[in-house]
Design a protein around this ligand. Structure first.
Ligand code: DC
Length: 231
């Protein structure tokens, strides 16, 4: 299942909590690979839209997933880029409507299973920082450290709204907040791999913390974990 030669740190949590930012900083600090698993669900949503396959059509989506050959590369800044048929779709999959479709199609167990191998192949030496919803519970259950980041929906909406404006995606804070609430409900209540902390996860409430403070806590948790291994 997991490449035992390579350690894994998982960072799970709801949308807009800052998982991606922390995973990125941590992978740069450790010089490890990074997996943005949400991007994989977003690629499926993007490809489905292009092929006019509805998010209600599980069989159609599954056929699409089985034929899909996305490729990934990490740039000098450590950002994971996603390519489909040689086109860099990294920015295009960030559109909020693609996020909503990704959340809708991620409820199907068969699709989740079909995407497991693609996610696990990111686990390569020297190590992997994986962010998502079920990294610690399903995809990398043997991870050396599992972090679950949480924050109030209001704080997450404000952060996500800022991020989208920086990417020149024009949405209102009200709409972003409504999407966060809707997405939380769907991601937490789905039958398979719902959003929840693994039993052995360290939970960090980031509502009142800056990115630097969250990052410092995660690094400390990793240092502590290594001390436990040594003792
Ligand atoms: O993290 P994100 O916003 O890019 O994720 C988009 C959707 O993909 C999310 O709402 C649910 C789904 N997803 C998932 O089901 N499991 C993951 N590990 C990552 C994302």
């Amino acid at each position: 299942m997991q490449n035992t030669a390579a350690p894994v740190i998982t960072i799970d949590g709801p949308g807009g909590v800052g998982k991606g930012t922390v995973a990125h900083l941590l992978s740069k600090r450790l010089n490890w690979h990074v997996l943005d698993s949400g991007a994989i669900y977003r690629v499926v949503a993007f490809a489905a839209e292009k092929a006019t396959i509805s998010v209600d059509d599980c069989d159609g989506l599954l056929k699409l997933v089985n034929g899909l050959k996305p490729t990934f590369s990490t740039d000098n800044e450590g950002v994971m880029h996603v390519f489909l048929n040689k086109e860099d779709i990294t920015a295009r999959i960030r559109d909020p409507h693609i996020g909503t479709a990704a959340s809708q199609l991620s409820v199907y167990p068969a699709i989740r299973t079909a995407l497991l191998a693609c996610q696990r192949q990111f686990c390569q030496p020297k190590g992997l920082v994986a962010d998502g919803r079920d990294m610690g519970t399903v995809v990398f259950p043997d991870a050396q450290l599992k972090i679950f980041l949480d924050a109030s929906p209001e704080a997450r909406a404000i952060r996500r709204h800022r991020q989208l404006l920086q990417q020149a995606i024009d949405v209102t804070l009200k709409d972003v907040f409504a999407q966060i609430i809707e997405r939380d409900e769907r991601d937490r209540s789905r039958a398979v791999a719902p959003l929840r902390p693994a039993k052995d996860a360290v939970i960090i409430d980031t509502t009142l913390l800056s990115v630097d403070e969250v990052f410092a806590q995660v690094v400390l948790q990793w240092d502590l974990r290594q001390m436990q291994v040594l003792s």
